[in-house]
Unconditional design. Sequence first.
Length: 234
Amino acid sequence: MSEGSIFQLRVEAVSKTYGDHHVNAVKDVSLNFQSGEFAALMGPSGCGKSTLLNLMGGIDRPTSGRVWLDDKDLSALSDEEVTKIRGNRIGFIFQFFNLLSTLTVIENVALPLELAGRDGRECQKQAIEMLALVGMEKRVKFYPSQLSGGEMQRTAIARALIHRPTLILADEPTGNLDSENGKAVLELLQSVNREFKPTIVMATHSQEAASYADRIIEVRDGIVFGDKQKCSLN
């Protein structure tokens, strides 16, 4: 969402192995993502798509291979350096919202900026702008327990957008919602992608959810076996 920035995400021959039994969650995956793409990683539960997202976002590190964000090799950076990149460049959206129950809607959304040391009044102003963007401006003083599932996810999307990331990683963002709220969230992500041009990579098991993306990458048993561009990017 940063104007004038150059963006590219590259996953180069990445594998991720867990445990003494060497469980292969991801196996030799290579993918490139360009600025403004909306891509869906589609596959059943346990196929490795969430692991891929975590590797792309620097939450986890590959056993082998590299993940590049522009000219930065995330797998070679320190934890502190990766955390700084996440705070500046990457927004995360989770299935279970991950809102802090003791904070109001506006406090949850403003929190990433406050943690980055931004001025409190500026944090509040930007949080209100983001909440208006997702249709939550009338709920700013509410707590998560007072919101519907759809409202919580809209709040989580506003929080992911607050620092204007160039990359948004969404892990089953509709998995905890009914069909109506799920559709509204997908339409919102599609609108954000078209208006602000962040690259969005969304993990989903739903073919319907994947249909909102411009590119569908099929994942099975930690392997990419299909990669289809649906239409030209706007």
